[in-house]
Design a protein around this ligand. Structure first.
Ligand SMILES: [Zn+2]
Length: 226
């Protein structure tokens, strides 16, 4: 990420409420109950649902009792409504990742906002509840798109931890990243369920947490109002 984008993200985080724009969650010091040494971390999965990978990932999350948030692409939702149903009924969060995942710089503000509205209608129909979380493709927004999303009442959710799983070439790379990652309270981890590596990362994080850690994996929606 460029220095300028980092500055913009940091500035937004400082002045805009989390329900409108979030790049991370509350820090441990602000967690209710003051649970010391215990961190709330949000795992997020973008670019699905995938008919092969997403169900296996859901099995894994269920086994370890981990909650997560899935930012799904509308045109894939149409093809795999059953998987989206399963995500929602398992208690995971659903977020909007546009309808076609079109290249941000080739997508007009009107087209982008139309895609978000169309995907939101789909998700609200399936989940039977409001779906206000949105993550723009590649995390890229213009001022016009950002304001347009707020006019739709959307909460923009980016991330602060990016293992770049979409660039990984082997299971070992995923395992190594998982072993080197030490969760901090409020981390939003960007993963992808259209690539196979996220599951290996989740397995390592869950194992580490089981043995020594104290991370509680939460849905992003839990942080929106805090
Ligand atoms: Zn994406």
């Amino acid at each position: 990420m460029s220095f300028i984008r980092q500055v913009v993200k940091t500035s937004c985080r400082a002045v805009i409420p989390r329900r409108m724009f979030m790049t991370c969650g509350p820090s441990p010091g602000r967690l209710p109950g003051g649970r010391r040494g215990c961190h709330e971390v949000a795992l997020t999965f973008d670019d699905g649902p995938d008919p092969d990978i997403t169900p296996k990932l859901l099995d894994l999350l269920e086994k370890w009792q981990i909650s997560a948030t899935f930012f799904v692409i509308g045109e894939k939702v149409v093809r795999h409504r059953d998987i989206v149903h399963r995500i929602a009924s398992a208690g995971h969060g659903l977020g909007n990742h546009s309808y076609t995942h079109s290249e941000p710089h080739k997508t007009s503000t009107r087209q982008f906002l139309d895609e978000v509205r169309k995907t939101r209608d789909l998700l609200e129909d399936i989940g039977n509840q409001p779906c206000k979380l949105v993550r723009p493709p590649k995390g890229k927004l213009t001022v016009g798109k950002q304001v347009g999303l707020w006019k739709q009442g959307m909460s923009i959710a980016l991330w602060n931890i990016d293992p770049r799983d979409y660039q990984m070439q082997s299971q070992q790379q995923a395992v190594d990243w998982g072993a080197s990652y030490h969760p901090r309270g409020g981390d939003i981890v960007l993963l992808h369920d259209n690539h196979p590596w996220a599951a290996h990362i989740v397995r390592v994080l869950a194992n580490n947490n089981d043995q020594a850690g104290c991370a509680r994996y939460v849905r992003l929606s839990e942080w929106v109002q805090r």
